[in-house]
Each structure stands twice: as structure tokens, then as C-alpha cells.
Design a protein around this ligand. Structure first.
Ligand code: NVA
Length: 314
């Protein structure tokens, strides 16, 4: 079956896609979800290397099973070859993988490693999470939002908690798509100025509102509330236990719970998982019908499959 031309050569960071490309990927993800049999040869004869420097459940399994559904072959590479860049240069790693693989999917500690892989690979590279971005998650989240709200462009989304890779990707994608976005983080835990300013200029272009605040009481009316862990993988600044205690104390007023849902009028709560129950989200809310975390987890696979199909179609 012929695939739409979305014209992407890598999937590295949300800011490298325009609104038309994002909307086309969301539509393609929904199409693959509705009629998976139409796509079961899309990756026939193709191999995807999945390189993981960090732990993963959803990303690993959703890519592996998703690639299988597209008729392709997935190869998992963990840390058996040592830390990326230690045994051999990342550039050589990328060149070697390009000899055999048709796509490289990589979860890495540093964004610079993703960039080096993309620079030296002769095949497309997909960012499966780094310290700055998590674009596969954000794409799945917008697929999920578009399933829960008729008009994506009128959705109001707020992210409450630690500004991290997940919130960066959501904020940038929301701003490109024209979705109003409010980022609520404790003082000192907001986004890097560079990332926020980038999102701000996209929001100006799309005409959406982008608000950053540390005042949780100013969150306003929202349709969806999103949260993620207060301490991300590889957060080296938090290696000592006392610092972790201080962070938790600072974050508790930002916990997403039923009261916040009532106060904001939000009808759904989102979480990329793994959830740290009774920290960033209450168990009661995570287990409630308002939580779409598992719908989004399923959509990870359909969204990623759209990316893989688009990368090989162009
Ligand atoms: N912000 C989290 C996301 C996990 C999927 C982390 O980087 O650990």
C-alpha cells in the first residue's frame, strides 16, 4: 500500500517537525491502529536496531512488537558492548550499524549521542528518549489527545511537575500544533531558557498560548493534566539521598490528584509511566477512569509505527 510522503529523514527532536508533518504522523498512527493489516508488510525485509543505554519497558516492547506487526525485524542492543562511545567512537558505532540496519532507534543519556548517531549513520535515527527530548512519547500523547477530544487545536493541556525530557517534547509539540500549554514547575525546576524560548517562538507562530509558572494555584481551567516522575533516569545532580528528600518535599504541593482535576475542570490525566504512585500522582487518580496512561502506552506503538513507516517511505 502506498504511504503518504511526510518527508522526514530522522526523528530526533520535536522542533525538527512542522505542523503539517506532525498532523500527518498523528493521522497515519490512527490509520495504522484502525487497519493494522494494511501495514503488515510495510517493513518487510527491513531490520531495526534498538540501542538502549537506559532501562525501558514501554519503549522496548512497543518498538519490538510494533516492528513485528509491520513485518520487520527488531534487534535489541543493550549495554553488552559497554557504554556508548567507550569501546569505540559513536561515529564508528553508527557507521557499523548502518552496514546492516535500515533504521536505528536509540535511547541514550545525552542528546549529543543521538546527534552523533544521526550525523554518522547513513540510515534514519529515531530518538527513543534522551536527556532533553522524548518525541516518541509526545507523538503518542497527541494521538491520545486527538482520540479524547474532537478538536485538538482547542485543547488546553497542562504539565505539572518536574520540567524534563517529557515536558520539553510535549511543550514544543503543543506549541507547533497550536495547543494551549501551561507548564507548572516548582521554582528552580523549570525548563532551560533555550528550550522554553524555542517553544515560545513556535507558540507565537501557531497562535497558541504558552504559560510557565511556579504557582500551582494559577494553573487555571484545563482539559488534560499531565505529569511524570520528579526524578528522571540519569539525574546525576540527585545522587545523594538528602537531596532526593529535599526534592520530594518541594514537589509535594505539585502532586496531581483528584482535587487538582476538580479545580481545573480537566477530564483526563496523562502519564508517560513509570508512575511513582503517591508522589507525582495519587494511586487513586492513576487507577481511575480519568487516567489515559494505558491508552497512551498502546498508542506509543502506533505512533512509533507511523514514524517508522514514514521514515522508510521517503
Ligand atoms: N522523564 C522520565 C521519562 C521516563 C519514560 C525519565 O527520563 O526517566
Amino acid at each position: 500500500m502506498s504511504q503518504p510522503t511526510i518527508s522526514i529523514s530522522n526523528f530526533l527532536a520535536d522542533d525538527q517537525l512542522n505542523k503539517a508533518q506532525l498532523l500527518a504522523l498523528i493521522e497515519l498512527a490512527k490509520k495504522i491502529k484502525q487497519t493494522p493489516a494494511d501495514f503488515n508488510n510495510a517493513l518487510s525485509g527491513k531490520s531495526v536496531v534498538m540501542l538502549f543505554e537506559k532501562p525501558s519497558l514501554r519503549t522496548h516492547v512497543s518498538f519490538d512488537i510494533g516492528i513485528n506487526k509491520l513485518g520487520g525485524h527488531a534487534l535489541y542492543l543493550g549495554q553488552q558492548n559497554g557504554k556508548l562511545g567507550e569501546r569505540e567512537r559513536i561515529s564508528d558505532y553508527a557507521k557499523n550499524l548502518s552496514c546492516w540496519a535500515d533504521i536505528i532507534v536509540a535511547r541514550v543519556f545525552k542528546n549529543s549521542a543521538i546527534e552523533a548517531l544521526a550525523q554518522h549513520a547513513s540510515v534514519p535515527v529515531v530518538n527513543a528518549l534522551c536527556d532533553i527530548y522524548h518525541p516518541c512519547q509526545a507523538l503518542a500523547d497527541f494521538v491520545t489527545l486527538s482520540e479524547n477530544f474532537v478538536d485538538l487545536s482547542s485543547v488546553k493541556l497542562a504539565y505539572v511537575g518536574d520540567s524534563n525530557n517529557v515536558s520539553n517534547s510535549l511543550m514544543i509539540m503543543a506549541s507547533i500544533l497550536g495547543v494551549d500549554f501551561t507548564l507548572v514547575c516548582p521554582e528552580g525546576f523549570g525548563p532551560e531558557a533555550l528550550i522554553f524560548n524555542k517553544a515560545k517562538s513556535f507558540a507565537q507562530g501557531s497562535g497558541s498560548t504558552l504559560i510557565l509558572t511556579d504557582k500551582v494555584e494559577e494553573i487555571g481551567q484545563q482539559d488534560a493534566i499531565y505529569t511524570d516522575t520528579w526524578i528522571s533516569m540519569g539525574d546525576e545532580s540527585l545522587s545523594d539521598k538528602n537531596k532526593i528528600k529535599d526534592v520530594l518535599a518541594k514537589f509535594y504541593p505539585y502532586q496531581v490528584n483528584h482535587q487538582m482535576m476538580t479545580d481545573t475542570g480537566a477530564s483526563i490525566v496523562m502519564h508517560c509511566q513509570p508512575a511513582h504512585l503517591d508522589e507525582e500522582i495519587t494511586t487513586e487518580l492513576f487507577d481511575s477512569d480519568m487516567c489515559v496512561a494505558f491508552q497512551a502506552a498502546e498508542n506509543r506503538m502506533w505512533a512509533q509505527n507511523a514514524v517508522l513507516v514514514a521514515l522508510l517511505a521517503d
